[in-house]
Design a protein. Structure first.
Length: 734
């Protein structure tokens, strides 16, 4: 017995030593120690804050270059003046607009996330950047959350698997990532000061797990501290999050940088684990030098931050200044990746009587809606992409249907004029808008009448879904419901294509449209991908990464009345950059009362019927699931089943495995996603699918022991194509 323990210990020690040697950030430790020994305090502190808006300093004396950062997450942001947000107006910085986070997540495919990360990295390199400020991966807790379109999913496993793919894809190209925003940045309203009151279990199981996966499984080199507070402490000085969990527990070896303007103190941030204050030096400049001299911050703390920075600097080969920006950022190779992601992200929600794909008989096609011609690379607050090109839905359709059908387009509606900050829209402006809208409607009805099919292309836009503020409603904006109702009276053959990054209220749309397609903010190639799905060149294969509630009040935080919190002026866009005192003083609490019952976990457990469940998405072919078997191996559960494509075209299906623990001693959701796999099946063929679920995925956080536990006993395994429809079910015992 003793011998076995010794052998095991030896194995683990060798394993650990091996991991140390192969970690990409631990290849130059001795060299770094020597460099630090020779540095002055001022030189060290000079590295620990923004030099420019998007860089932090290297060591000039030693020829060690600065670290260059790039927003992320869905395309490399355009170049701006060194100390402002003013664009430089270059030509070479036109980048590929990749589908945004929720679109990537709708692919449910780590391989695609890998390519996405690779594509972003190739472009970042062309621009001379060392670290991408992405993946953005906070849990989509609220359907109204302003950055839902940037984030991945309401589920931690789906978010984590994709973040691992993205991180590996980018870092394999020698481009560092910066996972953001750590942690619990689940709302934009009051993000600059709101405090998350959250149970330890929900924090661990839901909100931290995706970060943990990307740090442990993909060696992510950077993490960005969120603006908000968790357990009463600013994230940027949160010892529990940054030192104890991220570094000590997960073994993170890279740099923690603040969100822009998200630093609030010198000693607190330095001791609390922050490495770099961005973008200025209010707290981690001279004040930090003084704090070290006074003894409030030990020199070892400074040295370890410099070490973290040098680790990243040594791991990432700098791009010479005269090489960067010599070629246009967007390249055919990366545009092809954007197409691939988009084509596998589109979700078919409804298709009565197989109205889609479009048939040869449909000769007269009406395209109606503002989003048919609107580009989505830029808009709203925060990072966007100045894209080299963006194929709109209308352009995509025109190209795909050239010579096959006639397309007539009507705008149908336009976004309402916006009042200036803090002001009301004038009555005259409102009247003018109503007049315009009436004319749009008239034209739309004329175009719809007599068409073989109406493709209504609406949804949200990048002003409606934006960083800095949450939506107040999920209602379709700009009177789209009314317009759809009117169109249905003159032509009932409507397919509604929703261009959006977050859920909308589909009650009216579902009443009047025979088909519903969710096509996201889908990037440079979005219009081509949409046209290929609508025309049936490819079968839709995206699945929802979040739940569509029937109505907003059904979603957990709204149902429990814990969101919205007391409104104090809504969004706070630039946080500490604009008015520091105001944000230091303001207080608001967000109570995460729903605990672990986020998203579908809530709907399934509380028996609330959603409009469309998490994981849902139709195909042009029927898939049949059969022959389920599951067996428990040493460290995993092997789930195997047959998947038959009973249609007449090749198609892909995202197969999903959920597990319930009915005899659990702790509160559990009815079931949770534990594994998934995207599978391609040829027409008429059957494939054997195996999903391997690490038993570790079944862990839960024990709040008494403050540790992960895996319960023994019965595990019910549900298999199917969404979180609410399980053609197969079995049980195993752990
Ligand atoms: C956002 C970050 C972003 C940073 C720099 C902040 O407002 O929250 O996600 O990386 O600005 O643009």
């Amino acid at each position: 017995m003793k011998k076995t323990i010794l052998m095991l210990a030896a194995f683990f020690l060798t394993g650990a030593a091996f991991a140390q040697q192969t970690h990409p950030l631990l290849q130059h430790e001795a060299e770094i120690t020597e460099i630090i020994k020779g540095m002055t305090l001022e030189e060290k502190v000079n590295m620990l804050h923004g030099k420019n808006m998007f860089s932090s300093a290297g060591i000039e004396r030693l020829g060690i270059p600065d670290i260059e950062y790039a927003d992320g997450p869905f395309g490399i942001r355009e170049e701006m003046e060194p100390h402002s947000w003013r664009p430089l107006g270059w030509e070479t910085d036109k980048a590929t607009f990749f589908p945004t986070g929720s679109a990537l997540a709708a692919t449910w495919c780590p391989g695609i996330a890998y390519e996405y990360g690779k594509g972003m990295a190739i472009e970042a390199k062309l621009r001379g950047k060392d670290m991408i400020l992405g993946q953005a991966m906070n849990i989509q807790r609220l359907p109204t959350g302003g950055r839902t379109y940037e984030y991945l999913s309401e589920d931690p496993l789906l978010s984590g698997v994709l973040a691992v793919g993205y991180t590996k894809g980018s870092q394999d190209q020698n481009e560092a990532v910066c996972l953001k925003h750590f942690a619990v940045n689940s709302q934009e309203n009051m993000r600059g000061f709101v405090n998350a009151n959250i149970s330890e279990r929900a924090l661990r199981e839901i909100y931290l797990t995706p970060f943990e996966m990307a740090v442990k499984q993909a060696d992510a080199m950077g993490v960005m501290a969120a603006y908000n507070k968790v357990w009463g402490k600013w994230c940027s000085e949160n010892d529990m999050l940054q030192n104890r969990i991220l570094r000590n527990e997960w073994g993170f070896k890279g740099i923690i940088i603040s969100d822009w303007g998200g630093t609030h103190s010198t000693v607190g941030a330095a001791i609390g684990g922050l490495d770099v204050e961005m973008p200025g030096h209010d707290y981690m400049g001279q004040a930090l030098v003084d704090s070290v001299k006074s003894g409030a911050v030990p020199m070892e703390v400074i040295d370890s931050k410099v070490r973290n920075l040098l680790r990243v600097r040594f791991a990432i080969t700098p791009v010479p200044k005269d090489v960067a920006n010599t070629k246009v950022t967007s390249q055919p190779e990366t545009q092809a990746i954007a197409y691939k992601v988009a084509s596998k992200s589109i979700v078919l929600l409804k298709n009565d009587n197989g109205l889609l794909p479009l048939t040869k008989k449909m000769k007269k096609i009406a395209v109606i809606g503002d989003n048919a011609t609107r580009t989505m690379g830029l808009g709203g607050v925060g990072a966007g992409v100045k894209t080299l090109y963006e194929v709109t839905p209308l352009e995509g359709l025109q190209k795909a249907l050239k010579g096959k059908a006639t397309i007539r387009y009507a705008r149908g509606y336009e976004p309402a004029p916006r009042a200036r900050w803090g002001q009301q829209l004038s009555e005259d402006a409102m009247k003018e808008y109503e007049k315009k809208m009436a004319a749009y409607k008239k034209e739309a009805l004329k175009v719809a009448k007599g068409a073989d099919i109406v493709l209504f292309i609406g949804g949200n836009n990048r002003e409606v879904e934006t960083e800095g503020s949450d939506r107040t409603t999920i209602q379709l904006p700009f009177q789209q419901d009314e317009l759809l109702k009117a169109i249905a009276e003159v032509n009932p053959n409507i397919v509604a294509v929703m261009v959006a990054g977050a859920p909308v209220d589909l009650r009216e749309v579902k009443n009047v449209a025979k088909g519903i397609v969710y096509s996201w903010f889908n990037g440079t190639e979005g219009g081509n991908a949409l046209a290929d799905v609508l025309t049936g060149k490819i079968s839709p294969s995206g699945k929802l990464p979040f739940t569509f509630p029937v109505k907003l009040e059904d979603s957990p935080a709204y149902a429990l009345g814990v969101y919205p919190q007391q409104e104090q002026g809504g969004g706070d866009v630039f946080v500490n950059l604009v008015n520091r005192d105001r944000f230091q003083e303001r207080k608001a609490d967000a109570d995460y009362t729903e605990g672990i019952l986020v998203g579908y976990r809530w709907y399934a457990t509380k028996n609330v019927k959603p409009m469309y469940p998490f994981g849902y998405g139709l195909s042009y072919v029927p898939f049949k699931y059969s022959n389920l078997s599951a067996k428990v191996a040493e460290s995993s559960i092997e789930v195997t089943f047959d998947l038959a494509n009973q249609g007449s075209m090749e198609a892909e299906e995202v197969t999903q495995v959920y597990i319930g623990r009915p005899d659990s001693k702790v509160e559990r959701p009815k079931y949770e996603l534990k594994g998934f796999r995207r599978v391609a099946v040829k027409a008429g063929e059957t494939t054997k699918v195996t999903v391997t679920i690490p038993i570790e995925n079944l862990r839960h956080w024990n709040e008494f022991q403050h540790a992960w536990n895996i319960e023994k006993g019965k595990a019910v395994i549900y298999v199917g194509g969404s979180s609410a429809d399980f053609p197969l079910q079995t049980e195993v015992t752990l």
